[in-house]
Design a protein around this ligand. Structure first.
Ligand SMILES: [Fe+2]
Length: 302
């Protein structure tokens, strides 16, 4: 008996100005640089036992290098490698020992729009610490949202091949998917091109989320949308544009889902359902739309 994907592990990005991005994620966002190797910087979240939640490297144009998911066992890695092989596109890397911090056993493959995904197990956990009251630093990664040109195809791929479950829809525009008790670890949204919509970091609670939001606002970081609270997932949101232009989110209090008692709902694209508090007066569309990702069908160099 093999198990499914357990959680989101890390997101790897290439950016034009890695020094600016590193400074932003360290000083404004509250992540901790923990290792550097061959031009890649690994940043951890204090409250997470993942070795790193974000990998940054420099490149001529910004792109998504990969999205990494965890599974419980080596057998689960092999199971997903077989399922990915059956897609007929080959794998980017065969299952084997990972050379990234914490090691482990994993492989890489491409999804239906050529995004590089990694699935791994047995990565050595990092010594995390509990984030305390009023500490406005991320406790870990919450979710990633991908822009897709083929919403139904992408939902089919992530549910049928990777075992995600549909939690909710936002009309036929966005689909929220879970792999554990959290309402969404992944969401897919309709877009003119395939790209990254945003990456979200979990905060300890509302107070820490608001303090972090205020810190970023005071630092003059471009607020793309928020602060507010969404209908789907019931989570709070403050979206900012990082120096690279990629959107990053502080969130907390994401809804938990009981698999056996859950029926997916369809939310409407109206302010009353996307901004429950009515406080998210700033709303910019283009940072979320992004630009066509040059990482499609081109796995990262390492
Ligand atoms: Fe989000």
């Amino acid at each position: 008996m093999t198990g499914g994907i357990t959680h989101l592990r890390h997101v790897d990005l290439a950016v034009v100005d890695p020094d600016a991005e590193r400074g932003f994620y360290r000083d404004v966002w509250g992540l901790v640089p923990m290792a550097e190797d061959s031009g890649a910087l690994f940043l951890a979240a204090e409250g997470s036992d993942e070795q790193y939640t974000l990998r940054l490297r420099g490149a001529l144009a910004r792109r998504v290098d990969l999205v990494a998911f965890g599974v419980a066992t080596r057998a689960d890695v092999d199971h997903f490698a077989e399922a990915a092989s059956a897609l007929g596109r080959g794998l980017v890397t065969e299952p084997g020992t990972l050379q990234t911090p914490g090691g482990g056993y994993g492989f890489r493959f491409l999804d239906i729009e050529g995004r590089t995904l990694e699935i791994s197990a047995e990565v050595q956990p990092r010594a995390a610490r509990e984030v305390g009251p009023r500490e406005a630093i991320p406790t870990g990664l919450s979710h990633v949202v991908l822009n897709t040109t083929d919403l139904d195809g992408a939902v089919r791929f992530y549910t049928e091949v990777l075992g995600f479950r549909v939690s909710d829809w936002l009309e036929h525009h966005m689909c929220f998917l879970r792999c554990n008790q959290w309402h969404h670890t992944l969401a897919l949204t309709d877009n003119p091109h395939s790209s990254l919509n945003h990456v979200a970091w979990e905060m300890r609670g509302i107070d820490e989320y608001m303090r972090a939001t205020g810190r970023a606002m005071r630092a003059g970081i471009d607020l793309a949308w928020g602060p507010g609270r969404h209908g789907p997932g019931d989570n709070t949101f403050s979206y900012f544009s990082a120096p690279s232009g990629f959107v990053t989110e502080f969130t907390t209090e994401l809804e938990r889902v009981d698999d056996h008692a859950w029926t997916p709902r369809v939310f409407r694209r109206i302010p009353e359902e996307s901004d429950l508090w009515g406080t998210a007066v700033v709303r910019k569309a283009e940072p979320f739309v992004g630009v066509p990702d040059p990482g499609a069908w081109t796995p990262p160099p390492f």
